[in-house]
Design a protein around this ligand. Structure first.
Ligand code: ISL
Ligand code: CA
Length: 555
């Protein structure tokens, strides 16, 4: 079915690292305004903006202390209005990040709640008396360590599934839900076109808060809040009381989810959410939690991608992403730095011709790479520090922990956007809040803009093709060479149109036989000048377009 969100091409802005307009070293809204022409040139039609609300910045804005205001470092509500006006003028929609599983511990609700057991805000959170030997239960947080923090004022504990400065909100409380709806309306009435709902599938907790079964130190207790008992009730309430009154779209960040469960949120017709971010493919180079690394194998990635492509086809809609502000850079992970240009183009081709809405994370379009950091002091992320501490406590050596962090730290994706070869990559004239990657002279937007064969221009081509060929959006998905650990080959079909995508995931030439005769097909994208019918060059990626006339079955 035709739907606007299926035609969205989304660009994620992590505001702190995008563009600094006043040289205090911190990206801001006026910086985004300066770059709107760039976004238009890239061809995207939607922006997902990571949080810009008031926040003490324990988790870079994913800890909100005032939901209806802009963090002064980022600008004002007036700047925000100007930004959204500038986006709409260019045909770009704006999706806000909505963090409603938890607030900041500096939110007035929490400040009141923690002081006084009779506060009307007390029940907005989870306060519980401790057990003899400590916290109320054995749950551990996403960032490692207990999910409970002691609160001396009322001699009890509060629940935080993320950092201790991110207390979880209690959705059982109707007044809290009404407050959230007001917040949503506030932004929608300002012209916002939708929301990316942070960890939305954990907002409903089992109210008894029983002990978790797992022995592992991370995510213990998850069976009591993942897709919890009232999750669908809450989302339906948001839909009927708010979403249904606006022309908007939603993408839910849903952790540890299967396609079957995802469909309970996104199946067309039910539409609690329009699509979700799932994490299966982010697990192909690690075990269970991201800190236990394992070697990347293309066929594992292919398998998880295929699983979602086939399971949702005709029922729900995929989000297509390899990067965001929580993940290392994809060219380090799934590509090859010795073939940075070829492999980055290959990854984009492989990903964005699948069925779903493309999400491009800032810097991905020029294949920015992981941070060069070697010292813990160069990092900024609260999760990185927590994990380092936890790992050391568990007996891992400093060297081992630094290696894990170097590969997986979220700061890998948070170094400033590399605009040009000027000092600090043109991000700021001040001292950036986090170091700029040392390779900015080699990797930057300005350099790529002028080069028709650049990664940036490859992204632009893909975006143009998605707009020109409805089959790229509405086609079904069918894959060949399922077992191959070298090539990925899939087809999309819509009416009489067909696309065939062929990519090489290795740094070697590989022999390759197309699944059928391609002589009547047109090659519409190739990351090399050369083309051989029976051979793929290192990280080569090609897209063919053809017409298929279905036999009526007679004669
Ligand atoms: O990156 C992760 C931890 O290793 C993920 O598990 C991440 O914490 C999870 O995807 C939830 O992420 C979202 O909510 C967090 C915030 O820190 C992330 O930046 C955000 O994307 C808490 O609000
Ligand atoms: Ca600034």
């Amino acid at each position: 079915m035709k739907r606007a969100y299926k035609e969205a091409i989304v660009y994620q802005i992590y505001p702190r690292s995008f563009k600094d307009s006043n040289n205090d070293g911190i990206g801001d809204l006026r910086g985004i305004i300066e770059k709107l022409d760039y976004l238009q040139y890239l061809g995207i039609n939607t922006v997902w903006l990571s949080p810009v609300y008031s926040s003490p910045m324990d988790d870079n804005g994913y800890d909100i202390s005032d939901y209806c205001n802009i963090l002064p470092e980022y600008g004002t509500l007036e700047d925000f209005k100007e930004m959204i006006f500038g986006m709409h003028k260019r045909g770009i929609k704006l999706i806000m990040d909505l963090v409603i599983n938890h607030s900041s511990d500096e939110h007035p609700w929490f400040l009141a709640a923690r002081r006084d057991i009779n506060s009307p805000y007390r029940d907005y959170y989870f306060f519980r008396k401790g057990n003899k030997n400590g916290p109320p239960n054995n749950w551990t947080s996403f960032f490692g360590g207990s999910a409970w923090e002691y609160n001396p004022d009322t001699d009890d504990y509060y629940l935080h599934l993320f950092s201790r400065k991110q207390p979880d909100l209690n959705w059982e409380n109707l007044r809290l839900r009404e407050e959230i709806k007001k917040i949503l309306k506030f932004w929608l009435d300002l012209g916002v076109d939708g929301f990316r709902c942070d960890v939305i599938n954990i907002i409903s907790k089992n109210p008894d808060l029983p002990d978790g079964k797992s022995k592992l130190p991370i995510l213990r207790g998850k069976e009591h809040y993942l897709n919890g008992p009232k999750i669908h009730k809450y989302l339906n309430e948001l839909k009927s009381d708010v979403f249904s009154y606006y022309d908007m779209f939603t993408v839910g960040e849903t952790v540890m989810i299967t396609p079957e469960t995802a469909l309970t949120y996104i199946e067309e017709g039910c539409d609690e959410l329009n699509m979700v971010f799932q994490f299966d493919h982010m697990g192909v180079d690690n075990y269970y939690v991201k800190w236990f690394l394992r070697k990347f194998k293309p066929k594992r990635l292919k398998k998880t991608m295929r699983k979602w492509q086939t399971a949702l086809d005709g029922k729900g809609w995929n989000s297509l992403y390899f990067e965001n502000h929580d993940q290392p850079r994809s060219v380090n992970r799934f590509g090859n730095l010795c073939y940075r240009i070829e492999s980055a183009k290959m990854l984009a081709t492989y990903l964005y011709f699948q069925q779903g809405t493309p999400f491009i994370y800032q810097g991905q379009e020029i294949a920015m790479t992981n941070a060069h950091f070697t010292e813990l002091s160069q990092y900024r992320d609260v999760e990185t520090f927590n994990i380092y501490r936890l790992g050391r406590k568990l007996g891992f050596s400093d060297k081992r922990m630094m290696k894990k962090i170097k590969y997986m730290s979220r700061d890998n994706a948070r170094t400033p956007m590399q605009w040009n070869a000027d000092e600090h990559a043109g991000f700021t004239k001040g001292i950036p809040w986090i170091e700029v990657n040392q390779n900015y002279k080699l990797i930057n937007v300005e350099k790529d803009r002028d080069n028709p064969d650049s990664i940036l221009n490859h992204y632009r081509k893909i975006i143009t093709l998605r707009k020109e060929y409805p089959v790229a959006i509405y086609g079904n998905y069918y894959e060949y060479y399922l077992k191959s650990n070298k090539v990925a080959v899939y087809e999309r079909n819509f009416k009489n149109d067909r696309l065939l995508v062929v990519v090489n995931f290795t740094s070697k030439k590989v022999k390759f036989k197309p699944p059928y005769d391609l002589s009547t097909y047109q090659l519409i994208l190739n990351n090399y000048d050369e083309e051989y019918e029976e051979q793929l060059l290192p990280y080569q990626a090609k897209v063919y377009y053809g017409k298929v006339f279905h036999d009526s079955g007679k004669g």
